[in-house]
Design a protein around this ligand. Structure first.
Ligand SMILES: [Zn+2]
Length: 284
């Protein structure tokens, strides 16, 4: 069985920590480098439910996309919800490792997994990493559809192929407009509108789209359709991709790891009611 330090070294080769954004907090949160690792669990969020799942599963290592602590802390007391996660993990000999923006921009990265889940053909990054001579790394992906479809059909594709959440899929734009090329970006993507517009795609699928950025983008000329999915749903496909990558490494190294992907929905939204279409103040 490999030691934690060997597994972490393999993960760091997939998602080099030095490629994370300067504000990010990636790497190992807890764990003894000398402990043996046999079972690994991949998940999006390092929340209590995932820590409990890891303990139940008998995992030695949890790899999450989101950091547990993005900013510094002066306590890991179990009376705080994040401290409780740390306690649960350490008491049960479970390590926690984070690959966040270093996994976003990797090749393959979070948006490659999203594109694959949607059955889209990736043609390149939306925001290329200038340090990559092959032009494959970077934020977001530009993709082509084999057969053009309407905005409504593309949104339906996302609803069908991404894991189900309370939010589902919403979109802005002409439902009947044709879609041949799309940009996708796992996680919050409303900071990328300029690059999306410059890419000249027909639609942009991402998460966490807010009123003002969307309203202003809608007023702007040459606007692609905007398709908004739940943040967790756009990043969960990365867990499967990452688990498959670690599986291959385990086979190559003869590690015999047991690699799992959590199916627990940790998107914070739990319910969604579709309001009937009527003018404000109109009787229902
Ligand atoms: Zn995210």
């Amino acid at each position: 069985m490999p030691r934690l330090s060997e597994v972490i070294a393999a993960l760091d080769a997939l998602w080099p920590p030095e490629r994370a954004e300067s504000w990010d907090a990636v790497g190992t949160v807890c764990g003894d480098p000398d402990t043996a690792v046999q079972r690994v669990l991949f998940a999006v969020d390092p929340v209590q439910e995932i820590a409990d799942e890891a303990v139940k599963l008998g995992a030695d290592l949890v790899v999450t996309h989101h950091p547990l602590y993005l900013r510094g802390t002066t306590t890991v007391a179990a009376g705080h919800f994040k401290g409780r996660v740390v306690h649960t993990l350490i008491k049960n000999d479970v390590a926690l490792h984070v690959a966040h923006t270093n996994a976003d921009t990797a090749d393959p990265g979070v948006s490659d997994a999203l594109a694959l889940a949607l059955d889209l053909r990736v043609t390149g990054p939306l925001v290329p990493d200038p340090g990559d001579p092959h032009g494959r790394r970077g934020l977001g992906r530009i993709c082509e559809l084999d057969v053009p479809e309407t905005v409504r059909e593309f949104a339906a594709r996302a609803a069908k192929r991404l894991p189900a959440t309370a939010q589902g899929i919403r979109f802005a734009g002409d439902p009947d407009a044709p879609v041949r090329t799309v940009a996708v970006s796992g996680g919050s993507g409303d900071g990328l509108f300029e690059q999306v517009r410059a890419a000249g795609v027909d639609a942009f699928l991402t998460a966490d789209l807010r009123h003002h950025p969307v309203s202003e983008a809608r007023e702007h000329a040459r606007l692609p359709a905007l398709v908004d999915a739940a943040h967790w749903a756009t990043e969960w496909p990365w867990c499967e991709q990452a688990a498959a990558q670690l599986d291959r490494i385990s086979d190559r190294e003869g590690w015999n790891l047991r690699v799992h992907v959590s199916k627990t929905v940790t998107d914070p939204w739990t319910s969604h009611l579709s309001a009937p279409f009527s003018s404000p103040g109109a009787p229902n």
